[in-house]
Ligand binder design. Structure first.
Ligand code: TXA
Ligand code: MG
Length: 549
């Protein structure tokens, strides 16, 4: 099918094109048109065949009803009956505008339009071209969003062209949709409203008309409804708004979200992010700035375009900042969570710094400086040794691999040490079995510290990279020192002679191992003031904008 394009900027200036588009709908054809929310894919709502064409052009499931658009209040009473006073009050307040009301339908509306329901969603759009089109068509217009089913709704002519060219009779190019998210859908329980899909008209807006407590939020708006559970609005059960790559929605303060994204993006070249303007520069991956922090109108306006821009085969996953759920934030969060198939995480509040380095470099001294500044320290070696005493999973694993490290059922650390000391294969086997368990335990400790409000947690982890604990960190720091100094420290600390201490130093990883893997390094040459000064610089980098001191 050849798709005709009409460019219509205003109903008055382009009256002829509007007449033609209206005639297409009157004759049973489909026309995509701009509204203030998103573009609609319109057909004659009174004609079952037209509605059937809409379902097939979109690839829409048959049980998901269409919204019927009207241009005048009189049409409401033609299409619906038993209209509650609350609905009339809301129509007076917010029509024309981004509010759809589900009401008992009259028989003039065919079952195909409403997917067999005895109710219909009615909306009077505010966009002048949309209303003029309805008047020209002379019939109410059934119109879902003009996107292929499951994809983000279309908020520009280019989006519609991409999804619908060749599938429908015409597209009206009317510029960008102002709101950018679909209308708020509500149903009534007497004179109380219930939001089935949040949108530009918020719960607060509705209660301003109906009174406090007179607008509820349906289950499925903020959280996932279990498969098979009945939903009030059929559209809520489908995967929606989704680019091809999986999306993860991240909630929390913007600064924390930025840090969470940075950590999750590290090492993943093909990931992408959507975050507010203030933090968009800071991320190491392809990033779309979705508007100023807290400016939900700007974020709503850009969201679907951002999701579409990231709908590209080379992108592996998408991290998206999820706003707080009040006001318009509820609508944005709802679309994002659904794009993410309800994969939602809370950003970690505190910063986790992984501190590592070769033996004798003075990691403990560096930790002490962090502790002076109020950081909490987690000694991963001590944690491992505690696990050797108390962690049954770990002991069971060790028993399976090294039964001879146990005497009378009791674990003997020295026996294990002897087994792996001069046998690299055995040591590798030990590490492969034990390090993942330690890592999991460290993860639990991080969660615990975060829940208790820790701002900075330093992991003192000699095997930071070998154990994979680095992936849990926001920042990694190497503590290095000249070899002579390390030999002297080891001799003093462990009571070893110089030659043996030298062997220990030479047998470990060299400085390059740490320098190539860590985000930063400090040199601990034994002077506390120099160490403090270096750590001050690191500390400032941990907080975007240096908010903490
Ligand atoms: O802003 C909008 O509402 C846009 C523009 C084009 O007006 N339209 C739109 O339509 O978003 P659509 O079909 O993509 O979404 C309609 C939503 C679906 O979630 C559907 O399940 C729900 O409204 N809905 C429609 N009629 C309903 C009914 N009778 N009962 C419950 N939910 C209904
Ligand atoms: Mg839709």
């Amino acid at each position: 099918m050849e798709t005709q394009i009409f460019k219509i900027e205003s109903p008055c200036a382009d009256a002829e094109a509007l007449e033609q588009a209206g005639a297409i709908i009157q004759n049973g054809g489909l026309v995509a048109f701009p509204t203030e929310t998103v573009y609609g894919l319109g057909g004659n709502a009174l004609d079952a065949a037209s509605s059937a064409k809409i379902f097939s052009a979109k690839g829409r499931p048959q049980d998901n009803p269409l919204i019927v658009h009207i241009a005048d209040m009189e049409q409401l009473d033609v299409l619906c009956h038993d209209i509650p006073d609350a609905a009339r009050a809301l129509a007076n307040a917010y029509w024309p505008g981004p509010l759809t009301m589900v009401l008992p339908k009259n028989n003039c509306l065919p079952d195909t339009t409403t997917a067999g329901l005895d109710t219909v969603g009615i909306r009077m759009p505010a966009h002048p071209v949309a209303r003029a089109l309805i008047r020209c068509a002379g019939v109410p217009i059934a119109a879902p969003s003009a996107n292929r089913s499951g994809k983000p709704s279309t908020t520009s002519f280019a989006h519609v062209l991409r999804d619908m060219e060749g599938r429908i009779n015409a597209i009206i190019d009317g510029g960008k949709s102002e709101v950018g998210l679909e209308s708020t859908v509500i149903e009534f329980d007497g004179n109380r409203a219930r939001i089935l899909r949040p949108g530009y008209i918020t719960q607060e807006d509705i209660e301003a008309v109906l009174g406090p407590g007179m607008c509820l939020i349906a289950p499925g708006v903020r959280e996932h409804v279990a498969d098979g559970e009945r939903v009030r609005s059929p559209g809520m059960k489908y995967r929606h708004y989704a680019p091809s790559a999986p999306v993860l929605a991240i909630c929390g303060e913007a600064r924390d979200v930025a840090r969470e994204m940075q950590r999750r993006a590290r090492g993943h070249e093909n990931c992408a992010a959507i975050i507010c303007d203030e933090y968009a520069q800071a991320l190491p991956c392809r990033t779309i700035a979705c508007g100023p922090q807290g400016d939900y109108a700007a974020q709503a306006h850009r969201l679907f375009d951002a999701l579409r821009q990231l709908d590209r085969p080379e992108i592996d996953f998408i991290l998206a900042q999820c706003p707080d759920e009040y006001g318009l934030g509820m609508a944005i969060a709802n679309r994002l969570k659904r794009a993410a198939a309800f994969h939602v995480v809370q950003a970690r509040h505190g910063c986790v710094l992984g501190l590592t380095g070769p033996t004798g470099a003075g990691k403990s001294a560096a930790c002490a400086v962090f502790a002076e500044r109020g950081a909490q320290i987690l000694d991963c070696d001590a944690l491992y040794h505690k696990m050797l005493e108390t962690d049954e999973t770990l002991l069971k694993t060790l028993y399976e691999i090294f039964p001879s490290a146990f005497r009378d059922g009791q674990f003997d650390r020295h026996a294990l040490g002897k087994l792996v000391f001069s046998d690299p294969a055995a040591l590798a086997q030990l590490n492969a079995a034990v390090l993942p368990l330690v890592r999991t335990r460290v993860e639990t400790e991080i969660t615990r510290a975060d829940a208790s409000g820790t701002d900075v947690l330093v992991l003192d982890a000699p095997t930071l990279f070998e154990s994979g604990i680095d992936a849990l960190c926001d920042f990694t720091l190497a503590v290095l020192a000249p070899p002579q100094l390390r030999i002297a420290r080891i001799s003093a600390r462990d009571g070893l002679d110089g030659a043996y201490a030298r062997l220990r130093v030479e047998g470990g990883q060299d400085d390059d191992f740490y320098l190539t893997r860590c985000d930063a390094s400090v040199v601990n040459d034994g002077r506390l003031e120099t160490l403090r000064a270096q750590i001050q610089t690191i500390w400032d980098r941990l907080f975007y904008g240096g908010k903490k001191s």
